[in-house]
Ligand binder design. Sequence first.
Ligand code: AMP
Length: 190
Amino acid sequence: MLNIILCGAPGSGKGTQSDFIVEKYGLQHLSTGDVLRAEIKSGSALGQEIEAIISNGNLVPDEKMIALIENFIASLPSDSKGVIFDGFPRTLPQAEELKRMLTRRGHSIAGMIELDVPEDKLIERLIKRGQLQGRTDDNEETIRKRLDVYRRQTEPLIGWFKNEGLHHRVDGYGELDRIFADVCQIIDSL
Ligand code: AMP
């Protein structure tokens, strides 16, 4: 299985590049943000709890996220080509748990690709997305909070992946085709 992690700040293009990767490599796409938004849409009690967390720009607690990923991995078909993890892991405990879960099943993380975009460009992109898609967390105050959460809780993961020998970086600002070509070059080398 080719299990790839796309990592990057909010607005770095993880969703867009994931869609391209799925089309080219036939991997399954797990966007934890999409799964959480679907739970909110369902109107469940859990969804209401998650909505309050997301609209404040905070992270959903690790134990909830890990349970979600555990279910997802357990439900993967045996002939799965692999998974593109988009938005997970976002904390060190999530990364360690993902590694454990995959190892237990005889799989591994093939690599992590960091999409690196300057902060002022991220804010520009997210404000534009908020106007187009109406996501409740794409307003300037929550965007700044999410970027701060990213710097404090998710960015330290880059060092963890470097230690594991799994880190790859792509310049995530510029033409979509060039960014995707850089991503493909890394995937093809894994
Ligand atoms: P995204 O669509 O990836 O930007 O995620 C939207 C929001 O969902 C984030 O700001 C978090 O509140 C929550 N979320 C998504 N993935 C995770 C995760 N792995 N851990 C904790 N919270 C998450």
